[in-house]
Design a protein around this ligand. Sequence first.
Ligand code: AMP
Length: 403
Amino acid sequence: MGIHYKKTDAYLFLVQDIFDVILKQILGIIGGGQLGMMLTEAAKKMPEHISDVIVLDPTPNCSAAQIGAKQIVGDFKDKNAILEIASKVNILTYEIESGDSAVLKTAESKTTINPAPETLRIIQDKFLQKSFLRDNDIPVTDFVEITSLDDLKRKISDFGYPALLKARRDAYDGRGNFKIKSENDVEQAFNQFSGKPLMLEKFVDFKMEVSVIAARNTKGQIATYPIVENIHENNILKMTIAPARVTKKIALEAEKIAEETMRVLHGAGVFGIEMFVTERDEILINEIAPRVHNSGHHTLQSSKTSQFEQHLRAIIGLELGDTTLVHPTIMYNILGPDNFQGKYKMPEIKLDNIYLKMYGKEESKPQRKLGHFNVVDENNTKGIDGLLESINLVKDGISPIPA
Ligand code: AMP
């Protein structure tokens, strides 16, 4: 004999089903590297809102899959793979900005995508991005489009030296930049890019690189995290100091610029807004990333709401979380050593106030981001100088070793 439900029971089950469908969403992420992994971890802490995570990534058993995301193995730019993930999820986001925004636009008929593909289209082209910011009166350094070698020769004589020639697209960690120091470098710089669309920027004499992690939710609510200071080595982020060692005036100004940027950009999510503080204390935006950002990893321990939870709150339309920085914290990236490629292991570390996060990447490669650790001033007694001392004591010991 089967179970007999009363009419009211059947009604309650139906209501529950409808609620589950409305409230619990399947999240899709294009990219399942470390950012996708930490987004997946945040999603798992929100089971009342997100029932499942599917990532699209070319590496089988990618970082996000290792902690329980389902994975479609495929390229970030593969149209069929993007349409497949879009058809399986209620909300789609991405951890990389090099996806194909035209394909994403097509996929909008199948699911909700945030940040919007149109926002991605503007941001992923550095020239369109800077033009958009300048048109909206947001401060950036001077820049121009470059269409030929003659064009470059003409325009650089207006700009003066040094100047930076940049690939407009698919360039990150400084790989698409060439610093032109004198007339002698011009031809070599141009040829280096072999026909890619280019732009030229005035060189900014900055005294500090900073960033603001900002969020906008689907309803237009905006929140910014306190400004942080970024230390690069070989153009790759090495360390983020939260909060940045700047005056209150600069901090407020940077947060205001970030807020204004979020107001004019459409689409919801967390954005990493990288800026320069110049010798004259001006703030200029260098670049926006339409995604959670390496300089926001400190929020995992330092802040009331991590940037990963914040991103999910933003794209599913929840009220944004509290961005208060509770403990000064320094994030230190663990990069693959220069002289080694292959399988590796990490030394055991058990130190108070140090939180190590490895990304589960099988192989080390020179300068590859393998993990990070946060050193947290949990009693708020050490200050930034104390945290820097701690980093100096431990950093060499927290390094990959050939397996
Ligand atoms: P990007 O990949 O364009 O963000 O640039 C990578 C790094 O190059 C930045 O973090 C800065 O250190 C430096 N950089 C980029 N643009 C400029 C600029 N206009 N002037 C001086 N340094 C720059």
